[in-house]
Structure formats: C-alpha cells, structure tokens
Design a protein around this ligand. Structure first.
Ligand code: ZN
Length: 264
C-alpha cells in the first residue's frame, strides 16, 4: 500500500510539470493558450510529439533543459510537500501553489517577465490560501504591505536608473534603459504578501532581496575572476522575482526555516 501512496505525489507532480512547461512555453510568447511551437523554427508541434517530449520534426531542435528540469523539480517538490505539508493548507492546495510559483519563477528567469494574467490569477490563489492559513486581515495587510514596500523600492529604482542614465550621458556613453526593479516585482510582492501574510511578508521580501544581493556579489566576483566585469553592468539590474519566490517557498513550505530566520 505504501508504494501506491507514493505514486500519488509522483503522478501529480508529473502532471503539473506538463501544465507548467506548457504555460511557460506559450504564455510569454503568444499571451494565450496557443498550440506549442518549436522555439527554433517556429513549426507548430503535434500534441503527441509535445507531450512525449520529442525533438522537433522539422529542425531536430531538442526539448529545452528547462523542460526536463521542471519535470524533475516538480516531482521532487510534490513528494516533499506530500510528506511535509503545512497542515492548514493541505497537500492539494500546497502543490498547486508550488506549481504556480514555479511558473512565475521560470517566465521571470527566461523572459524577465511577470505576466499580468498570471498575477491576477495569483492574487486569487494567494487570497484564498492566505485566508485559510492566517485569516482575512493578516492576508489583506500582507498583500498591501508586500506591494507597498516593493512599490517604494520600485520608485527608488526608477530614480536611480535616471541618475545612472544621466551619468552615462555625461560620460559620453549612450544610456540604456535598464531598470533596477520591474513593475512585475511589485505585483509579485503583492501576491507573495497575500500568501505569506503579515508580518511574514517582511521577512519574505528582506530575505529575497538579501539572497539576490548575495547572488549578485558572487556574480561580480566571478566576472572579476574571468575579467569580464564592466563597471556599468551593475548587479542591481537583475531579476528579483526568482529570489523573492525562493524566499517565499522556504517560509511557506520548510517549517524549520521560519524558526531559524524569524525572531519570535
Ligand atoms: Zn524546429
């Protein structure tokens, strides 16, 4: 019987990975539930070829590494959540939230894009799950606080980007239009605020931004070593979304994590 019960999270993880891969393949490019196409030659794929993870029939392009990684990751995460579910959320809702976060993580990594329809969907999901987990007020305050804090940082980032563009003009370089924070990060922080609730969203954002900072510093160190570092390629211009998502994941689904990082 034990063998049978472990099949449930494996199959659920596999099915959700198909959905997440599909949405990550089509949504950023076509903004609708379109037929999947080869990213190389744009030949549309048959459903069977797509589901069986076959290479493109026209150009031979293999399925992306992300496709395989997502399958493995979601099966693994599903098994993890199955055994470690925070009890008030329950396994079905928990794994659904994990799959949702995985989709945002992938599209932000691959396209630096957080799509509005997925954010709106996430707001409903976050509101429902938040309400279950920490009540109505904690959820609403968390959502507003998450978006509010990020909005303040967003405007700081806009100011900084303008200042930087002026400096680059003065130095005779043509300014790029890099922004420190995308507006997608603001709406994502709102969704995570609903999910985490108040005051946990504070730690969620702080931890996410710190994680991004540490990662950025490591990247700079690496680029200094391989001598590719340019002063203007400042690491403030990187996607924060994936780090915010990682941070929220640990706070939501790793029970011991909260007792480690959040002061009583
Ligand atoms: Zn192709």
């Amino acid at each position: 019987m034990k063998m049978m019960t472990i099949l449930i999270p494996i199959i659920t993880g596999l099915l959700l990975s198909v959905v997440v891969n599909y949405l990550a393949d089509v949504l950023p490019l076509t903004r609708k539930f379109s037929k999947p196409a080869c990213p190389q030659c744009e030949q549309s794929r048959s459903i069977t070829d797509y589901l069986l993870l076959r290479s493109c029939r026209q150009c031979g392009q293999r399925r992306s590494a992300r496709t395989w990684l997502t399958i493995l990751a979601l099966i693994g995460l599903s098994m993890y959540v199955w055994t470690k579910t925070p009890h008030r959320l329950g396994y079905p809702l928990s794994i659904f939230i994990v799959a949702y976060l995985a989709l945002i993580f992938i599209t932000d990594m691959e396209h630096r894009l957080i799509l509005h329809p997925t954010t709106i969907f996430g707001a409903f999901l976050g509101f429902g799950a938040g309400w279950l987990n920490h009540g109505l007020y904690g959820t609403l305050i968390g959502g507003f606080a998450g978006a509010g804090i990020m909005l303040a940082l967003y405007y700081l980032g806009v100011k900084f980007a303008r200042y930087r563009a002026r400096q680059m003009e003065k130095a005779g370089q043509s300014p790029d239009d890099e922004e420190a924070l995308g507006f997608g990060d603001v709406t994502l922080a709102g969704v995570l605020g609903l999910l985490l609730g108040w005051p946990l969203i504070w730690f969620g954002l702080l931890q996410g931004i710190l994680l991004a900072g540490i990662f950025g510093a490591l990247m700079i160190a690496f680029m200094l070593i391989v001598r590719k570092y340019k002063e203007n390629a400042l690491m403030v211009f990187m996607p924060y979304g994936p780090f915010l998502i990682l941070s929220a994941f640990f706070l939501l689904f790793v029970p011991r994590w909260i007792t480690l990082v959040v002061p009583k």
